[in-house]
Design a protein around this ligand. Structure first.
Ligand code: SF4
Length: 245
């Protein structure tokens, strides 16, 4: 009698615990099991305590592969070494240094504009340029031509540790397929939906894990469902496979 009562209480507690867990939390738990810790490769700017290089690399990463943007960044960094040198450089020379990243004319102008803004308005202190509240820093960054909400958010999640989820092309696609984000609506609608679903403290991991899932498993064409631990949670899988594999 006592044992059956205890089992009933345990099942009830388990049920409550399960119903209070959001789909986003379940997704993150599975991705933690799949990927373990994911580190963002950002030693280069931390070693120098200079977030200008993080901003530059984030601009270079727009609409290109990570291989191309990293190569362009390495070339930019080895050519100029300091933000001051970038601010004084001829824009055509910056274009040549970052050509591999694509859209290099616009990206060269943006990177130099950031360097000039920091030097002319913030006495060369990039931490001041990205300082203050999340909203004020985000608005300041976006005043520079070529810096949109995603670029601003990536800079702020890594340099300032704000508890947010930047939404890149992989995060857009994967979160919509799983059903964590609305099918319609732009950047901010998807970001807000994800931040409602993913608990505080897990959002930076969510950003990195959804990108990795999108690159390796939930690719744009022909998602590899058989490699994915989310099939029972995923709206797209349920709609397209009718439970098959
Ligand atoms: S089940 Fe398929 S569609 Fe859904 S997240 Fe995984 S790979 Fe993508």
């Amino acid at each position: 009698m006592l044992r059956s009562n205890l089992r009933a209480i345990r099942e009830h507690i388990l049920e409550i615990a399960m119903t209070s867990v959001t789909k986003g939390e379940l997704v993150i738990r599975r991705l933690e099991s799949l990927f373990g810790n994911i580190n963002f490769d950002d030693d280069y700017w931390r070693e120098q305590n200079e977030p200008f290089w993080l901003i530059a690399e984030t601009i270079l990463s727009q609409n290109t592969s990570s291989t191309n943007s990293r190569a362009a960044f390495r070339n930019l960094f080895s050519t100029y070494q300091t933000m001051e040198a970038v601010s004084l450089a001829d824009v055509q020379d910056i274009e040549r240094a970052i050509k591999q990243a694509g859209l290099y004319e616009a990206k060269a102008r943006s990177i130099r504009a950031v360097a000039r803004e920091v030097i002319e308005t913030y006495e060369g202190n990039t931490w001041s340029f990205i300082g203050g509240s999340y909203q004020s820093a985000r608005e300041r960054l976006q005043k520079v031509s070529g810096v949109g909400p995603k670029t601003a958010d990536v800079v702020l999640v890594f340099a300032r540790d704000f508890d947010i989820i930047p939404v890149d092309t992989h995060v857009f696609r994967v979160s919509r397929r799983i059903g964590l984000a609305p099918q319609k609506g732009g950047y901010d609608a998807v970001k807000m939906a994800l931040e409602d679903e993913i608990p505080s403290g897990k959002r930076k991991f969510a950003h990195l894990a959804l990108i990795r899932l999108g690159r390796e498993i939930c690719v744009a064409r022909g998602p590899r469902h058989w490699m994915c631990p989310l099939t029972d949670l995923c709206d797209y899988y349920k709609e397209t496979s009718r439970g098959g594999n």
